[in-house]
Structures are given as C-alpha cells and as structure tokens.
Design a protein around this ligand. Structure first.
Ligand SMILES: [Zn+2]
Length: 256
C-alpha cells in the first residue's frame, strides 16, 4: 500500500503526506504535558513512535531520542551555548537548524554530500561537500557536528583526519553513530558491487559502510583526538525528555 501511494504521488508527495500525518498525530499527542522536548520546549502526552521505537519523535521539531540527549549534554555540560562559536554542521538536522542558525553567538555553516539527505529531517545545506574532503582551511571551526555520518563514509579515518584538520586546537567534534557494544571491533561491510549496495539499501535505506563496535573511541583517537564519552542518559530524566537511559554522548576534542 505504501509503495502504491509513493508511486502515485511521487517521493516528494509521500514525504509531504508523512509530514502531514505527523502534524495531525502531534495535535492529538500535544494534549498533555507528560513529556517535554528540550530542543523546541513543547510538551506532549507522549512522543510519537518512529521505526518501531516508542517515545521517539517530537511532533513539532522532529527531534529523535539521540538529538535530545546530545542537546541536553551540550547545554548542561559544555560551553556550547555560552561562548562565541564558529560551527560546521554536516547533514544538519531540522530540529537543530533554526535554533543554531538564529543563535546570536554562532557563525553557523552547514554542509551535506546529499547522500544522507532525509527529506523529513534534513535541511538544504550551505555547501555540498563530503566530510572526507572539507573545503575549508586548517583550524577553521570551534565545533564540527556529524551525527550518524561516519558510518556512511567509505573511509571514516579520512573523514576523521579532515575533521581534525579543520577544527581549531581546543575545538571539538560532536559525533554520534550507532555502536554495537557486544562486538569488540567494528564490522566493515563490503559494498564493492551493485548487488552488495542493493542489500545495504534494502536493509538500512542507505549505504552503510560499517557498524561500529566497542573500539569506536579507539578508532577516533587514532587520528589524534581525545574522546570524552559520557553515559549521560542516566544523568537526565529519560522518561520526561524521551531519551535512551543507557545513551552515551561522544565529544572528540582536538588537543590545544
Ligand atoms: Zn521538539
């Protein structure tokens, strides 16, 4: 049925229809104050389900659990919002875009290679650019944000080297990728043939080059970063803010 609708009204129409459905559900779920999105500050009876996860999607700003946890961490535990910043944001999420763009202390630049573009969540970037070939000089940014990006890049070490190069000393990267902590090492996927790419697209909806294991920190620090991992989900009211209570935040600092 879904594919029939998609065929009849096109991908853009299907996305608009999905967005309208979320708006309508949001009007219903909005009748209450059981939960609160810390990003847009709206309250609801509950968050909307997303990809079989309950309590996931904010009907107003479209934030998901990981976005709300990162936002709370940046707000409560770092200088992110309190000092002047030059920020580069890859595949900018709709839930962050307006807030960061309008922040008087931010010089905010967005970029995307347009492969991870999701109509319902993303926004049009300032620069079409891959994270493994950043078109900015060395030491340009105080913060680089790349949420769910490194797993989509064929050579993530090259991408990390570029992030490191373009961060100012003392700056940090906000990174967030799915991690399988049951696995001691990252599982790399072979996407060298059209058939293997088709399998990845079918399984994930995008080309996914790896699933990180518990060596995530070590792989990132290999490029010179100092990684700060915090189990911040247990520090906040996970029920109220709709975050994973076991959620871990990752900030990769470039040493001064
Ligand atoms: Zn929200």
């Amino acid at each position: 049925m879904k594919s029939f609708i998609k065929k009849a009204i096109g991908k853009r129409g299907a996305n608009q229809l999905r967005s309208l459905q979320i708006d309508l559900k949001g009007m219903y779920y909005g009748l209450g104050n059981g939960v609160e999105c810390p990003i847009c500050e709206h309250t609801y009876r509950r968050f909307l389900p997303f990809r079989h996860r309950q309590q996931a999607l904010c009907p107003h700003c479209r934030s998901l659990e990981r976005h709300r946890l990162i936002f709370l961490y940046l707000k409560n535990r770092t200088d992110f919002f309190t000092t002047q910043k030059k920020i580069l944001h890859f595949a900018p999420e709709k839930c962050f875009y307006k807030k960061f763009k309008e922040h008087p202390g931010f010089e905010y630049v967005t970029a995307d290679y347009m492969v991870s573009f999701m109509d319902n969540i993303g926004v049009m970037p300032d620069h079409v650019m891959s994270i493994d070939d950043i078109k900015f000089p060395d030491n340009s940014f105080d913060v680089i944000i790349a949420i769910g990006i490194l797993l989509l890049v064929p050579d993530d070490q090259k991408a990390l080297a570029e992030i490191y190069r373009t961060l100012k000393p003392g700056g940090y990267a906000v990174l967030e990728d799915p991690i399988n902590y049951q696995s001691p090492v990252t599982e790399e996927y072979d996407l060298s043939t059209p058939e293997k790419k088709a399998v990845s697209l079918q399984k994930y909806g995008h080309l996914q080059y790896r699933l990180y294991g518990s060596d995530y920190k070590e792989r990132i620090e290999r490029e010179g970063f100092r990684m700060v991992e915090e189990p911040y989900g247990k520090e906040v009211d996970a029920q109220k803010y709709g975050v994973n209570p076991w959620g871990i935040t990752h900030l990769a600092y470039k040493p001064r």
